[in-house]
Structures are given as structure tokens and as C-alpha cells.
Design a protein around this ligand. Structure first.
Ligand SMILES: [Ca+2]
Ligand SMILES: [Ca+2]
Length: 509
């Protein structure tokens, strides 16, 4: 079956779903139209550019998000603030980057000092304090302890669906079908009914909120947890992807011109595991299936919005917390300052103005906070940084002079412009990539004399000061940086795995 046919079938199946799900009760909330715009805030966990609207994988099937991208501004060069769930979401939701907050790695909010947490007003908290009803389901912040949400989370949420999600039964799938210990590294279909999947439940919750009568503006945050590991979802979405899956383009000796802090972020052991019996195929297929599953769940919510009275007065912001390596640079997952980790899906739709197009300028998810406050007329807290993207909503071709800054651990920063990526690590080692000629970031130009001026220009955007690492509440600190500067274990692991990998690499050449 060719790709176009598969896509057509998928759309027909989806359309049937739409028809059967169309609410039979009358459209409500008509009296709300003149109020401030509502916000539908869609957070996705670990989705890279393997989606139709970013063309990162030729077989990706994501019709609902592709439609959304056409309906608004598709930011095709958008980057997370940090390539990991915890620090990415802290920065985005609080509106402050790691080098100013000290929130470089992962935190458990319950264990953080109130003095630190109370410094910030999260996006949902600001909306709640500004007269919005705020609804949340799924992963918005990293860490979703109900005891925290129902207590401290009251300042953010009028209503939160977390308890219902936690009551869902465990998903059923072949726990032994994966790799390594535990259920996390599984890449196979589930046999559970759809209703047992947290993301389906989150979508249903979103539909329910959109079908209600609202007499005050609402902020509806839906956090989808797929395609995060384990890569499991209903069989239908695996069936969309026939063999073979096209592998990503990989340069066998790609890491050899990368400095050691960069190499310390590679995941050679995963690469080694997945090279046995061509398991990468299975991983890629399961990831694509999970992207399509997430797309279908988002589709349910968008259909409900389109069938509601709120369609023309609801801003939609869709983002993923970071990208994902699928074997490029011998890496799996995120946790690096390379393109695969930092580039994210990011769409903004404002039906009041019908902005449309795609923007190729480098933007940051840090820009969401000031963009949303400008779009809704709320006052942003004075500490909030980032740049409102409203000018690029109005004119996506507008040239941007500021880059996206991505930080992974104290002292490790990446500057991304439309053309360049410049990485500067805690030990002053560097990478420079020219996206005009090298979209895969294969050729590190940092040591070549003719690029010194480019490097100097880009280095001006590096932070001039760095807040100390916040210690209390720290949950996971998995990066070699100024606070954990020992590269030796990473070097040893790398050399050991490289020896094991050599036969496979030679075959690839
Ligand atoms: Ca994530
Ligand atoms: Ca390289």
C-alpha cells in the first residue's frame, strides 16, 4: 500500500470517528464570544519532527496536526529551552531559562523550597489569577503527584483530571517485547481498550470541557504522554506502518569530530542494543505509531472545539517539550544539544486573526509565555523573559535577529539561528554547524579558522552569568556539566561501547 493511500484510509477512519463523536446536544456558550479568548494549550511529550507538518520522516502519518499546522503558524525551526522533560517544562511554564532560575536538571516540585517555587507564576497560575477557569489533564509540568496538584496545584487549576488518570488500570502489552529491565523499553501494541490509555482519557476530558457551558474564559491544558517511552499504543496505529520503515540518515563516524562533553550525551549502549537483529526498525515503527496515536487523540479534541461555540474565540498552542534521537549520532532519546533533541513541533493558531503560514526563523518555547500574554491581553510577570512571537504570527517571513538559546546543564549552551548552530560546553569546547549546507549537523566547523568570525558573532548570545544550580528538590541530574564536570566515566563508557559497535559501523560504511 503506498503512503498516499494509507493516509487517505486513515483520514476516512478519522472522519468516521468525527461523525460518530459529534455531540448531539446543542452548541453551548454563545454568550461567551465577546470575552477574552480561551486558550487550548496542547503539550506533547518527546515528539520530534517525525510528523507530516515538519517532514522529518517520509512515512509519518499525522493528519490532524497537519491540518492544525495549516490553520495557523507552523514554526518549522522551533527549539526547546532544555532537551529534557523537567527543565524544558520548568522554563516554558515559569517563563525563565535555566541560566536565570538555576533549574538546569529535573526536580520534584513537592520537594522544592517554597521560596524558589513562589518566585514564579506559572502560565496556568497567571490565567487563573487573571479570571480564567483553568482545566488540566495529563503531563503539563514534569511530575504529576496528585497530593501536590490538589494542594499547591490549586493556585494553577480550577479543575484537574489527574486523579481519574491515576485510577486507570495498567496498560496491557507484552512486557518482555522490549529491551532491558522493566516495562519502559517496550515497542509493541497494547491490547487494552482505548479508554484505559491515559492520552485517550485526557482527550476525552478535553472534549468534556469543550462541551460545557462556560461563562468565563477558559485555559484548557492537555498534556499527552505519548510518544514518550514505552512506545506502546493500540494496534491500529502500528497497522498504519507497513515494513520496511525508512531509517534516518546516519553518518557512521559522525561523533569523531564532536568534543567529549558532546559525546558524553550520546547513547552508544542503546545504539548497540538496537543494532542486534535490526531492532531499530521496531523502535522506529513503534515511535511513528505513537505519534499517529497522539495525533488521533488531538484530533478528537480539535473536532470537539470545532463543534463548539468556542471555535472562533479559542487560541491553540501546540508544542512538544523537546525532540528525540532515533539513532542519529549513536543516540536515543533526548539529552543533547543537537538538532534531533532540540527541534520541536510548535504551532500557534489565533482564529480571531486567521494568521497562516510557516515561520523558518529560530524561535524558542520560552517565547510561549510572553506570546500568550500579549495575545490575551494579560500582564506578564516582570521577571518573564522570552520574546513575544506576535510579530511573526502577523508576518512569518519577518527576519529575526535574536537566536534560540538551548541549555543542557550549567555551562552547556547552544545558540540556534536560522542558519547556524553553535554549541559551547562547560570546558570551552565547541561545535559549529551550518544548516544551509549541513542539515544533519554532520560536519563540525568549530576548529576551522575561516569560521572564527561566525563563532564570535554567535558567542555573543551566550549567557554572561549563570545562576547556581538549585539543589533542593533535585530529582535527576544526568548531564556532565559545570556541577558534575568529570568526563572520565563518559569517556570510558564511550570507548568500551565503541569497540563493541565497530563491526556494525564498518558494515554500515
Ligand atoms: Ca519529554
Ligand atoms: Ca560529525
Amino acid at each position: 500500500m503506498n503512503r498516499q493511500l494509507i493516509k487517505s484510509l486513515f483520514c476516512i477512519v478519522s472522519l468516521c470517528t468525527i461523525i460518530s463523536c459529534t455531540p448531539s446536544h446543542p452548541i453551548s456558550g454563545t454568550h461567551q464570544i465577546d470575552q477574552k479568548p480561551n486558550v487550548l494549550f496542547i503539550a506533547i511529550d518527546d515528539m520530534n519532527d517525525w510528523v507530516g507538518f515538519l517532514d522529518g520522516h517520509p512515512q509519518a502519518i499525522t493528519p490532524h496536526m497537519d491540518q492544525l499546522a495549516k490553520r495557523g503558524i507552523n514554526f518549522t525551526n522551533a527549539h526547546c529551552v532544555a532537551p529534557a522533560c523537567g527543565p524544558s517544562r520548568s522554563a516554558l511554564l515559569f517563563g525563565v531559562p535555566p541560566h536565570q532560575s538555576g533549574l538546569y536538571p529535573f526536580y520534584n516540585q513537592m520537594n522544592m523550597e517554597p521560596a524558589v517555587l513562589n518566585t514564579y507564576v506559572s502560565i496556568p497560575q497567571l490565567f487563573k489569577e487573571s479570571g480564567y477557569a483553568t482545566y488540566g489533564s495529563g503531563k503539563i509540568h514534569h511530575g504529576r503527584e496528585w497530593s501536590y496538584i490538589k494542594d499547591n496545584g490549586k493556585r494553577e487549576w480550577t479543575e484537574n483530571n489527574e486523579l481519574a488518570l491515576q485510577a486507570l488500570p495498567d496498560l496491557i502489552y507484552d512486557y518482555d517485547a522490549g529491551f532491558g529491565k522493566g516495562r519502559k523499553m517496550a515497542f509493541c501494541p497494547t491490547t487494552s481498550p482505548k479508554g484505559h490509555h491515559p492520552d485517550y482519557n485526557t482527550a476525552e476530558y478535553g472534549v468534556d470541557v469543550l462541551e460545557r457551558n462556560h461563562d468565563q474564559p477558559f485555559f484548557l491544558a492537555l498534556g499527552f504522554v505519548k510518544p514518550h517511552l514505552p512506545f506502546v499504543c493500540p494496534q491500529d496505529y502500528f497497522d498504519l506502518y507497513p515494513d520496511p520503515i525508512t531509517p534516518p540518515q546516519i553518518k557512521a563516524d559522525d561523533l569523531e569530530d564532536c568534543p567529549w562533553p558532546a559525546r558524553s550525551n550520546a547513547k552508544l549502549s542503546d545504539d548497540f542494543k538496537f543494532r542486534q537483529d535490526d531492532k531499530w526498525q521496531k523502535v522506529h515503527r513503534a515511535y511513528l505509531a505513537c505519534n499517529s496515536w497522539t495525533d488521533a487523540n488531538i484530533g478528537l479534541v480539535i473536532d470537539a472545539l470545532d463543534n463548539s461555540a468556542y471555535k472562533d474565540n479559542t487560541i491553540i498552542v501546540l508544542w512538544s517539550d523537546h525532540g528525540y534521537h532515533q539513532g542519529e549520532k549513536r543516540s536515543f532519546r533526548k539529552f543533547s544539544l543537537w538538532e534531533e533533541s532540540t527541534k520541536v513541533p510548535f504551532i500557534i493558531i489565533d482564529p480571531r486573526h486567521k494568521y497562516q503560514g510557516h515561520c523558518q526563523e529560530a524561535v524558542s518555547l520560552l517565547d510561549i509565555y510572553p506570546t500568550l500574554t500579549e495575545m490575551t491581553g494579560l500582564t506578564k510577570p516582570s521577571y518573564v523573559v522570552g520574546e513575544s512571537l506576535v510579530p511573526w504570527l502577523k508576518n512569518p517571513s519577518l527576519q529575526k535577529t535574536t537566536p534560540a538559546l538551548i541549555t543542557w546543564g550549567r555551562g552547556n549552551h547552544s545558540i540556534r539561528t536560522r542558519q547556524w548552530r553553535y554549541n559551547h560546553y562547560f570546558d570551552n569546547s565547541e561545535e559549529l554547524y551550518n544548516h544551509s549546507t549541513d542539515p544533519h549537523e554532520w560536519y563540525n566547523l568549530a576548529t576551522q579558522p575561516e569560521y572564527q568570525n561566525i563563532k564570535t558573532d554567535l558567542a555573543q548570545w551566550l549567557p554572561t552569568s549563570e545562576a547556581p544550580l538549585v539543589i533542593q528538590g533535585k530529582a535527576l541530574h544526568n548531564v556532565v556539566d559545570k556541577d558534575k564536570p568529570d568526563l572520565l566515566p563518559a569517556k570510558q563508557r564511550f570507548e568500551e561501547m565503541n569497540k563493541k559497535l565497530k563491526p556494525a559501523l564498518i558494515r554500515e560504511d
